[in-house]
Design a protein around this ligand. Structure first.
Ligand code: AMP
Ligand code: ZN
Length: 116
């Protein structure tokens, strides 16, 4: 846990969130600044800065997160699919340094990479 990390504070209940799902290891909540009609994120409850710090010991948890994503997406009405995004490190545009998977869908989801 980190004293200053905003997602650790949310996981501890010190900052409110619009909760989607919670269990012993994971928390999912709506993004405060959504980019699509449905935009939530899933985080481990312990502090892990990014995918770059993930280790073998985290493999099962990371697998659980990926398997949970479609279940939660479906519950929120994303029957036709969704986008998952994991920004990693400054080079990946990450702004909150607590590992999180964005789950985004509904409306028009444009191609991720535009080719000319
Ligand atoms: P990233 O750029 O991948 O690090 O994404 C950080 C995300 O956290 C952004 O989409 C923000 O809108 C979101 N965010 C920041 N603070 C909060 C908060 N208190 N509750 C929910 N989402 C947040
Ligand atoms: Zn944290």
């Amino acid at each position: 846990m980190s004293d200053t990390c905003i997602f650790c504070k949310i996981a501890r209940g010190e900052i409110p969130c619009r909760k989607v799902y919670e269990d012993d290891e994971l928390l999912a909540f709506h993004d405060i600044n959504p980019v699509a009609p449905v935009h939530f994120m899933m985080v481990p409850k312990f502090h892990l800065p990014s995918l770059m710090e993930a280790e073998e010991a985290h493999a099962a948890l990371l697998g659980r997160m990926l398997l949970l994503a479609p279940k939660l997406a479906k519950e929120l009405g994303l029957e036709n699919g969704f986008r998952t995004v994991i920004n990693t490190g400054k080079g990946g545009g990450q702004e909150v340094f607590h590992l999180h998977i964005h789950i985004i869908g509904g409306g028009n989801i444009p191609p991720m990479v535009k080719r000319s």
